[in-house]
Design a protein around this ligand. Structure first.
Ligand code: 0GY
Length: 313
C-alpha cells in the first residue's frame, strides 16, 4: 500500500541532492513541517511561482549552475499544493538546471493539466524544441538578470528569443534587482510580449514605498499595460522577517490595488538561496489577505489573472 505524501509527514523531509551531487554547505532546505494556513484560498487558486529541483539522480543539475540545492521533487510540490488548498502551479525553470528543461517538462507532463511552465532556452533552441515545450505546457520564457544566478546573455540574443517566443503566443518573465532597473528600463519597455516581473523587481523595502526606486517600477507598469508583476517573495525582501513580513506589505498591496488585473502570487517553494530563514509556506499563504484585502482582489490575484495568462489553453 502506498502512503500519501503530506508536508511534515513520512517521506517529506529534504535529504540533500541525489545523483552524486553535494548540496551547498550553507543551503537551507524547504520547511520540514509547514503549518496549515488559516486563510482558505478560492477554488482554482494558482501558485504562480514555484520550482522543482531534480531529483539530481534523474535530472542532473547543470554544469554552469551557481548553486547545488536539496532535491525538491514534483511529488512534494503536488503535496504542498494540496496541503495549502491550492489547485494549480506555474513551475519556473530554476537556474540550477540551466537551459535543460527536462525536470520541468517531466513535472508538467505528470501534472494532469494542473501545471504550466516557464522555461529557460538558449539561442540554439530549435523550433521543434520550442513546439515540444509548448505541447508540454510551457507558456513563457524567463530572462534572468540577477548576476549571482546567471552569466550575462547579450541583449541581441534575448531580442531574438523574444521574437521567436512571441510567435508562439508565449510571454516573457524577467528577474532583476531594483538597482538595475534604470539601465534595463528601455529594454523591458521594448519587449514584444506580455512581460511578467518576478518579485516586484526586488525593491529595497527599507526605502519608502512612494520613493524614487519603487516609483520607477510603478511607472513601468503604469505606462506599459503589457507589464505584470508577481507580488511574491516577502521572505526574500523583508528586513523585519517572518511570520508577517510587515515591511513588504505596503509594496505588494500598492501593486495589487493599482493593477488588480496584472498581478500574480506564488510560494516560491522550495525557496532557493535563502540565508536567514526558511519560510513556513502556510504563513506565506496567510500573508495573501494582507496584500489583497478584499475577496474580489484575491479572486483576481489567485485565480482569474493566472488562469487567463497560463491556463486558457
Ligand atoms: C526565485 C529566486 C531565486 C532563484 C531562482 O532560478 C533560480 O535559481 O529563481 C533567487 O535566488 O533569488 O525566484 O526562486
Amino acid at each position: 500500500m502506498s502512503t500519501v505524501l503530506v508536508p511534515g509527514g513520512p517521506g517529506w523531509a529534504a535529504s540533500g541532492a541525489s545523483g552524486g551531487f553535494t548540496t551547498d554547505r550553507d543551503w537551507l532546505c524547504y520547511h520540514p513541517a509547514p503549518s496549515k494556513p488559516d486563510y482558505v484560498p478560492p477554488p482554482g487558486a494558482v501558485d504562480a511561482h514555484c520550482h522543482v529541483f531534480g531529483p539530481g539522480g534523474a535530472f542532473p543539475y547543470a554544469a554552469q549552475r551557481k548553486y547545488t540545492p536539496c532535491d525538491a521533487s514534483k511529488e512534494r510540490l503536488w503535496a504542498l499544493r494540496d496541503f495549502l488548498g491550492l489547485d494549480r502551479n506555474v513551475i519556473v525553470q530554476a537556474t540550477c538546471h540551466g537551459d535543460d528543461n527536462s525536470a520541468l517538462v517531466d513535472a508538467l507532463r505528470a501534472s494532469e493539466g494542473r501545471a504550466r511552465g516557464v522555461a529557460s532556452v538558449a539561442r540554439s533552441v530549435s523550433d521543434s524544441e520550442l513546439r515540444a515545450l509548448d505541447g508540454a505546457g510551457v507558456r513563457a520564457v524567463r530572462f534572468n538578470f540577477v548576476k549571482r544566478l546567471v552569466d550575462t546573455t547579450p541583449r541581441e540574443v534575448l531580442e531574438e528569443i523574444a521574437r521567436r517566443v512571441a510567435s508562439l503566443g508565449w510571454h516573457i518573465v524577467i528577474y532583476f534587482e531594483a538597482a538595475e532597473l534604470p539601465q534595463l528600463y528601455d529594454f523591458f519597455a521594448s519587449l514584444p510580449t506580455t512581460v511578467v516581473v518576478d518579485h516586484m523587481g526586488r525593491p529595497d523595502v527599507t526605502k519608502p514605498v512612494d520613493g524614487a526606486e519603487f516609483e520607477l517600477f510603478v511607472r513601468l507598469m503604469r505606462e506599459h499595460p503589457n507589464v505584470w508583476s508577481k507580488v511574491s517573495c516577502p521572505e526574500r525582501l523583508s528586513k523585519t522577517g517572518p511570520p508577517g513580513y510587515e515591511d513588504v506589505v505596503p509594496f505588494a498591496r500598492r501593486l495589487v490595488e493599482a493593477f488588480p488585473d496584472r498581478v500574480l502570487w506564488g510560494t516560491d517553494w522550495p525557496h532557493p538561496n535563502l540565508k536567514t530563514h526558511m519560510p513556513d509556506d502556510g504563513k506565506l499563504l496567510d500573508y495573501v489577505p494582507q496584500i489583497a484585502p478584499t475577496a474580489a482582489l484575491r479572486q483576481r490575484l489567485l485565480v482569474d489573472n493566472p488562469g487567463r495568462l497560463y491556463f486558457d489553453r
